[in-house]
Design a protein around this ligand. Structure first.
Ligand code: GAL
Length: 411
């Protein structure tokens, strides 16, 4: 017989715990792997990726500029280490099947050396199909050769994006069998995982297949350090809020070395307001998401830099326990999420997805629903000031803004 979660709470006599509190204390899933894990991504990877700003226009010089700026802006000191080239670096294969870069990237080894000389790491991108999403040469049939090539260049991170593998392999080989198509996909990721492992070079392995077939259940078994759990992010509030809510229920699948990925950051891109940028960054930290900035670093505004380098918020993301936040409750358009942190601390996020909540009509925070009893001393991570949270306290939160509080000793 299977007990529902609420029956289980009653059966265990956990009357002072909410279901959400129980979910937070539940251990993350044990991970079965096809080859031993590499000790990378023990906390969610942090860095920058070229796609969200440069897309297909990215060049070697853009990557060097990004690396320079990560260092000079203080982002490196705040933890941003990976500089990731996304799609469109690929050229043609020669007669021996060796892949060459295109003219935008004249010398990948020299670029890797440059990035490494800054104390940073270099990431790259490919697909298990014949072509990448942008139509460039990909790894089908050349997985071992490509993994060796990446290792010889000194690559530290691979994003492997399904794309043309869907029509060219999955649908061609199993047009009428969804189960067989999924097996082919998992097999393709496992193949590259083994090829990377065989190089002996530690490389973060990032799966990009948009969350199909409950990737969080099988991703770790094919060596994934992170897996996209959603469709592509866009630099607008609706996209960010939709992707955030799609993470509900996935917390138990994340943990050191293997993370849910709600896609790269759009902080500083598009028409996001400052409040929206803050909320996006706060919630990606609550989700233990990879923090891969995607903005135009050399032209970054000071207020965007301040968001991306907020050490207190980054510390939530990078918390050693590696437990992702859970959504505890919503009241109207206000959502409350809680993340359980190392050393017994707790982070509480109160996000207003609706219109301004002001003094005439504040939001009242129900601490008891978070399993918290009595006044809680904490730090407001955006003002940097001490704050005391009390039962049903009125909160004024502007539209699309957030209150993010770390409580060191929750009661
Ligand atoms: C998409 C992917 C994006 C980007 C793009 C490159 O499939 O989700 O993040 O990598 O391909 O072509």
């Amino acid at each position: 017989m299977q007990l529902s979660r609420s029956c289980l709470i009653v059966a265990l006599g956990l009357t002072t715990f909410t279901a959400a509190a129980l979910a937070q204390t539940a251990p993350t899933k044990p991970v079965k792997r096809s080859v031993p894990p590499q000790l990378v991504a023990l906390t969610p990877p942090m860095g920058w990726n070229s796609w969200n700003y440069f897309a297909g226009k990215v060049t070697d010089q853009d990557i060097r500029n990004a690396a320079d700026e990560i260092v000079s802006s203080g982002m490196k000191d705040a933890g941003y280490i990976y500089v990731n080239i996304d799609d469109t670096w690929e050229g043609d294969r020669d007669a021996d099947g060796v892949l060459h870069t295109n003219s935008k990237f004249p010398d990948m080894k020299a670029l890797a050396d440059y990035v490494h000389s800054k104390g940073l790491k270099l990431g790259i991108y490919s697909s298990p199909g014949p072509k990448t999403c942008a139509g460039f040469e990909a790894s089908l049939g050349h997985e071992v050769q490509d993994a060796q090539l990446y290792a010889s260049w000194g690559i530290d991170y691979l994003k492997y994006d399904l794309c043309s593998y869907i029509p060219e392999v999955m649908y061609k080989q199993a047009p009428n069998d969804a189960g067989a198509r999924m097996k082919l996909m998992i097999g393709a990721y496992d193949k590259m995982h083994k090829a990377l492992a065989a190089t002996g070079r530690p490389m973060v392995f990032s799966l990009c297949q948009y969350g199909w077939d409950a990737v969080w259940e099988w991703g770790p078994s094919v060596g994934a350090n992170l897996w996209r759990a959603t469709d592509d992010i866009q630099p607008d509030w609706n996209s960010i809020y939709t992707l955030l809510n799609e993470q509900q229920g996935l917390a138990k699948y994340a943990g050191p070395g293997h993370w849910n990925d709600p896609d790269m950051l759009e902080v500083g891109n598009g028409r996001l307001s400052l409040a929206e940028n803050r909320t996006h960054f706060s919630m990606w930290a609550m989700l233990a998401a990879p923090l891969l900035a995607g903005n135009d670093l050399p032209h970054m505004k000071p207020e965007i830099k301040a968001i991306l380098t907020n050490r207190d918020v980054i510390a939530i993301d990078q918390d050693k326990l590696g437990r992702e936040a859970t959504h505890v409750y919503s009241d109207g358009e206000v959502d409350v999420w809680v993340r359980h942190l190392a050393g017994g601390a707790t982070a509480v996020a109160v996000l207003n997805a609706g219109s301004d909540r002001t003094t005439n009509h504040p939001f009242h925070l129900d601490l008891a629903r978070l399993g918290l009893h009595g006044a809680q001393k904490g730090k407001d991570l955006w003002t940097g000031k001490d704050i005391e949270l009390t039962q049903n306290m009125p909160l004024e939160i502007p539209s699309h803004d957030i209150l993010l509080v770390r409580i060191a000793q929750p009661k």
